[in-house]
Design a protein around this ligand. Structure first.
Ligand code: NDP
Length: 247
């Protein structure tokens, strides 16, 4: 099975897992549309893709705005005539102890990690139903399976993404040949920790810097495995931890 010529949309393509996935899918022959808020990073991604002979479309996308998601996907369909793959990746992880009441950070996590995932899926699903094919890859997390104290809100959003993925699979897979995969990474070396403002988590942040964490490319390869599987095979979940990560 190949993804040569397939059209892939990636949210949060400006860094980390999204950036690596855009490159990996492009190298495998997909046309890649990547959206995020930092457009300078996206232009760098586009240049990198074009340098290796790939096709890219990049643009500003705030997944908390449903209209942004709709118009981004509509632009992709206008340019390439289809949308075959969505990698629903945009997310943030400002971990904090609940008692510190960082309400703005909870709001942002719910808006991006959960509502953003729904809005991006909503933008592609009508096209995929019309095509009777497609693949939605939602980036959940180990935090979508296990829970830890300073992660109560983050884990809640990622549990929701895991649950949403399974519900979406049940609704769309058999009826419309739209496959759905939840990816559940453990610690990956990206910029994700930069959103943590709770000073009491400084030790945790330092410890993740010391560990032999996964690379963004490891997760990109897992995504590539899922989307490159033959049409009769729906990879429902992939959980990947660093070898040294216990929980
Ligand atoms: P990064 O911080 O490197 O990437 C996060 C991406 O999300 C950026 O491209 C950022 O782009 C984008 N983003 C944030 N807010 C918005 C928004 N409102 N609209 C559009 N894009 C947005 O971290 P990762 O690559 O690690 O994170 C990617 C996903 O992987 C997240 O969902 C995260 O929860 C998940 N994950 C990460 C793990 C890890 O250990 N790193 C482990 C498990 C899951 P910009 O700021 O330019 O908008």
């Amino acid at each position: 099975m190949t993804i040569e010529g397939k059209v892939a949309v990636i949210t949060g393509g400006s860094s980390g897992i999204g950036y690596a996935t855009a490159l990996a899918l492009s190298k495998a022959g997909a046309k890649v549309a990547a959206g995020a808020r930092r457009t300078d990073r996206l232009e760098q991604l586009k240049a990198e893709i074009e340098k290796i002979g790939g096709e890219a479309l990049v643009g500003r996308l705030d997944v908390t705005k449903k209209a942004d998601c709709d118009s981004f996907v509509n632009d992709v369909v206008k340019k390439w005539g289809a949308v075959d793959i969505l990698v629903n990746n945009a997310g943030l992880m400002p971990l904090s102890f609940f008692k510190n009441l960082k309400v703005d950070e909870w709001d942002r996590m719910v808006d991006v990690n959960l509502k953003g995932v729904l809005y991006a899926a909503a933008a592609v699903v009508p096209h995929m139903i019309a095509q009777k094919s497609g693949h939605i890859v939602n980036i959940s997390s180990i935090a979508g399976r296990v829970v830890f104290p300073a992660g109560s809100v983050y884990c809640a959003t990622k549990h929701a993404v895991t649950a949403f993925s399974e519900g979406l699979r049940q609704e769309l897979s058999q009826r419309y040949s739209i496959r759905v995969t939840a990816i559940e990474p453990g610690v990956v070396d990206t910029e994700l920790n930069n959103t943590i403002t709770d000073a009491s988590l400084q030790k945790f942040v330092e410890s993740t810097k010391q560990m032999a964490a996964l690379h963004a490319e490891d997760i990109a390869n897992a995504i590539l495995f899922a989307v490159g599987s033959p049409p009769h095979m729906n990879v429902n979940e992939i959980m990947v931890r660093p070898t040294v990560q216990e929980r």
